[in-house]
Design a protein. Structure first.
Lengths: 304, 271, 357
């Protein structure tokens, strides 16, 4: 019985870690790889959910609807990066402006605050029908897992191509990149667009997983993404592109696991958020304390 | 023999900073310069003479207020920095500026290799390119060819500057701009880098402009010496002319051209 | 080197303390003109704001309607209100300004402020959070507020008592018999551990949970397991957290959960957990049972109160808070089947409404 529950908690957290992991990867691409603080995320996550939900209700194939959501996210990122590179609006502000604008746009797309997907075909249902899997969290986990693997391989390959390398270098030393003949405006536009495409993709999947799309579901996504990236880096200490991508997904998993555990412990409902924060602090403190006990050298804290 | 074909022509280049305010300064004042293919020019001058601004204008970091820059017959005035990069390889005084610390030596060189070429979805680094990088790094005798996967951020300043130099030249640019590139290095490393510079410039026959504070260096290396003062070129010596000069001769030449006493301690004490 | 320097030839190339005179004067002049224009614009807009209110005509009324969010119960309320208003308005000319806060608490406050600024004759507010915002916004004015779909106006703080609200706010409460709703569920399948999902930030929900806790003994429940969600996005995870810990789930009349009810239905169907609802609007989205009032009637009742205030000049503080009787019992055998239980025939006989699929 206990094993059953533990199994459910873990598999649900795995599932959430994977689907929200796309958000974490998107945030990683902008904040860490490009050095571009992109706050569009809260808006593009809901945008992906809205676009896919409306298309599915209209009868469009859910896989196509999810891809359309990805496209919508690309557009959102395009706008943010254009505002920054061409109109010279500071990155932080550009992201906020687009995020705020997307709230109204999402309301218009959905024709209201939310759209139900309960009896609609979703990518999960389609796959489970095709493969004859059960209708429990297991099949959602499988589908999410497959998608995560595909995205991981695509990104891992892309970041090692000539263009991908230029993207990574832009966040590291923009002047060097220009000196190497690369238009850094273009790399930023490309990177921010891809990032928001991924985030919108995540929003579409989450909406199909939970059975509805809601205009407010993006609120707090940027925080979740950043927390996932930072937790992943602190706990797994990855080196190299491939390990970093995995670490970021791992960070998302840990974050969602913490929330699941806090919910299950039956904490007084209002205290949930505080408990979550405390557990994350403990999780981050462990490697630090380990080092201290072993009297290893402790580097100074990074700002973010 | 095409040795003396004109590679770079600067006509009437003027650049004024902070125009209309108290801090207005004319960094370049109607500079005219003809650089021939194969030239190795040492540029010397006091602080504020305009040496770095000259390099910046050639590299496209900012456009001149007036004047023209012609490279290989093409007018490149006003081209943005990343477009000019096709023709220009640059090494800065600060070893951190020219390299990306969080990427490996291999990745940095891969970035530099494609300077001026369109980038696509091929793998940035493959076996052939790695061989190329090793071949470029091996002659230095620093062992860097075996450390392609080392993060550049972990290298010493001198090693980073060496990598910067290889990066600047590996794409075989038309022009190499060196902006006091050994100023921040200790004497031993500086000598290594200088010898390396000499070797590369001679071997690849890259037209080079080297800005330096060191008069002795300026006299020893290169086939031409230019001295700048307050945005103008005041002294321009060819190979034969500078071959027999001493530092005192140089100072005298400056004073004659500039019309005032030469009182730059930094340059004088660096002999 | 700083200091006046001279190029060969003698002309100074740098001026230290003097700027080209014409440039300086021109720039200063432009700045001055802009400043004056800006000040003038600010001053005139301040004056204009005070002057835009037109004189009031008798027999012409403006009603501001604010709805907390789009979900069936609240939509029903609005429909009932408008229908009854049209029936009772007679010769009065009434315009309605309809705004929806889409579950955003701060937007609700902004909408309330906007109605005050537009000097409406009455505000009709649907749901507790919006009414709280309106009650705050109309302080210092004499705009009355009529609410609908508010569970406990006294607990929410905008009425002193049910008999005499004593203020500017009155309305039709949707106070439902929580015990009866849950009992209906227990009659279908008795749960000893009952899970509840709600937003702890909604006063109306907390009130219902308190009533439930007080009655749990009578309902045959040994343990109530709570899961909270502070926004619609958290509801799915909250529902998942109850899996394995409860025998059934009951959802109170909670605006946040109502917006995300689809995810609760999904979890319950996937894990064979019976889902019982409080109000019928939510129940129709996939729960096994729901018992409640007809929100359409609730809206109609609110309209009757509004007419008394507008056309008969009654003071809202003196009008007792109206309640709407629970007339609908909704049952869904299909949903029961999806969740692994069967509705006993004698219970099914009590239904006034049965689901189609």
């Amino acid at each position: 019985m206990l094993l059953d529950i533990a199994g459910h908690v873990l598999s649900f957290s795995f599932y959430e870690g994977l689907v929200f992991g796309f958000v974490a990867i998107g945030v990683y691409l902008t904040f860490r790889v490009l050095g571009f603080p992109d706050l569009t995320v809260d808006g593009s996550f809901a945008l992906g959910a809205a676009v896919s939900a409306v298309l599915i209700v209209d009868g469009v194939n859910p896989f196509l609807a999810t891809l359309a959501a990805l496209g919508a996210g690309l557009c959102a990122g395009l706008v943010t990066s254009l505002l920054n590179t061409k109109l010279r609006i500071p990155a932080l502000l550009a992201g906020i402006l687009v995020m705020v604008g997307l709230y109204s746009i999402n309301l218009r797309i959905m024709g209201g605050a939310n759209v139900s997907l309960l009896r609609q075909p979703t990518i999960f249902l389609q796959v489970s029908e095709f493969l004859g899997l059960g209708t429990r969290i297991a099949y959602q986990l499988t589908v999410a897992g497959v998608l995560a693997v595909v995205v991981f391989f695509i990104l891992n390959w892309f970041l090692r191509t000539e263009i991908g390398l230029a993207l990574r270098a832009t966040g590291d030393n923009e002047q060097m990149v220009r000196g190497a003949g690369v238009d850094t405006d273009k790399t930023i536009i490309l990177g921010v667009s891809i990032s928001n495409g991924l985030v919108a993709f995540s929003g579409a999947i989450v909406a199909q997983g939970q059975g509805f799309a809601d205009v407010g579901m993006g609120i707090g996504m940027i925080i979740m993404g950043l927390a996932a990236v930072i937790i992943g880096e602190a706990l797994f200490r990855p080196k190299g592109v491939a390990r970093l991508l995995l670490a970021v997904i791992g960070g998302a998993f840990v974050y969602r696991l913490v929330i699941s555990i806090a919910l299950r412990l039956g904490m007084a409902p209002g205290d949930l958020k505080l408990i979550t924060a405390v557990i994350v602090i403990i999780a981050l403190a462990i490697p630090f304390l380990q080092k201290k006990i072993q009297r290893q050298w402790l580097p100074p804290a990074s700002r973010w | 023999m095409n040795e003396n074909k004109s590679l770079l022509n600067l006509r009437g280049i003027t650049k004024v900073f902070s125009k209309g305010t108290v801090d207005q300064v004319t960094a370049l004042n109607g500079v005219n310069l003809d650089v021939n293919s194969g030239d190795y020019i040492a540029i010397i001058g006091s602080n504020g003479a305009g040496k770095t601004t000259l390099l910046n204008v050639i590299a496209g970091v900012f456009p001149p207020d007036s004047g023209e820059i012609i490279l290989n017959g093409r007018n490149i005035t006003g081209l943005s920095e990343y477009r000019c990069a096709r023709y220009v390889g640059r090494v800065y005084q600060d070893p951190h500026v020219g390299t990306a610390a969080k990427m490996t030596i291999e990745e940095n060189l891969a970035m530099a290799l494609l300077r001026g070429q369109p980038r696509g979805l091929r793998a940035a680094s493959n076996k052939q390119r790695r061989e190329l990088f090793r071949a470029a790094l091996a002659p230095l005798g620093l062992g860097l060819e075996n450390r392609l996967s080392t993060l550049v951020g972990t290298l010493s300043g001198g090693q980073r500057q060496v990598v910067s130099l290889i990066m600047a030249t590996i794409s075989k640019p038309a022009l190499l701009l060196l902006d006091e590139h050994i100023a921040n290095l200790d004497p031993r490393t500086a000598q290594v880098v200088l010898d390396l510079t000499d070797m590369i410039v001679k071997k690849e026959k890259i037209t080079t402009l080297m800005v330096t504070h060191n008069m002795e260096l300026a006299l020893k290396y290169g086939n031409r010496l230019i001295m700048m003062h307050e945005g103008r070129i005041v002294v321009d010596l060819g190979k034969e002319e500078k071959a027999h000069l001493t530092i005192n001769d140089l100072v005298a030449a400056f004073e004659q051209a500039a019309g005032r006493k030469f009182v730059e301690d930094k340059i004088l004490l660096r002999r | 080197m700083i200091g006046s320097q001279f190029s060969p030839g003698g002309a100074p190339v740098r001026r230290i303390c003097r700027q080209p005179k014409h440039l300086k004067e021109g720039g200063e002049k432009v700045k001055k003109i802009l400043f004056v224009l800006l000040a003038a614009a600010l001053a005139s807009s301040v004056l204009l704001i005070g002057c835009t209110q037109p004189a009031k005509e008798p027999g012409v009324y403006k009603i501001g309607i604010v709805q907390f969010g789009t979900h069936p119960a609240l939509d029903s309320c609005l429909a009932g209100f408008l229908a009854r208003m049209t029936e009772l308005a007679g010769s009065a000319d009434i315009t309605y300004i309809q705004r929806n806060a889409e579950f955003d608490f701060s937007l609700a406050a902004t909408i309330a402020q906007s109605f005050v600024a537009e000097d409406v004759d009455l505000i009709f507010s649907i749901a507790t959070p919006t009414t709280q915002a309106c009650a705050e916004a109309v302080k210092g004015t004499n705009i009355p507020v009529v609410f609908a779909a508010v569970t406990d106006p006294v607990a929410a703080g905008f009425a002193e008592s049910w008999e005499k609200p004593g203020g500017q706010v009155t309305g039709a409460s949707d106070w439902a018999d929580v015990e009866a709703q849950v009992q209906l569920g227990m009659d279908i399948y008795q749960a000893h551990r009952l899970g509840v999902i709600y937003n702890a930030g909604e006063v109306n929900s907390v009130v219902q949970i308190d009533v439930l806790k007080a009655a749990k003994g009578r309902l045959g429940i040994t343990e109530i397991v709570e899961a909270t969600a502070s926004s619609t996005a958290d509801v799915y995870a909250a529902a998942q957290s109850l899996v394995g810990r409860v025998d059934a789930i009951w959802v109170p009349s909670d605006n946040t959960v109502a917006g995300a009810i689809a995810s609760v239905v999904k979890v319950c169907e996937e894990n064979d957990i019976p889902l019982y609802s409080s109000d019928v609007g939510m129940a129709r989205q996939g729960a096994i049972s729901g018992a409640g009032l007809d929100y359409f009637v609730n809206g109609q009742t609110a309209a009757e109160l509004a007419i008394r205030i507008l056309l008969e000049g009654e003071d809202p503080g003196d009008i007792p808070i109206a309640t709407t009787p629970m007339t609908i019992i909704y049952l869904c055998p299909a949903a029961a089947e999806r969740m692994g239980v069967t509705i006993p025939p004698e219970v099914l006989a009590r239904a006034t409404e049965v689901c189609e699929k």
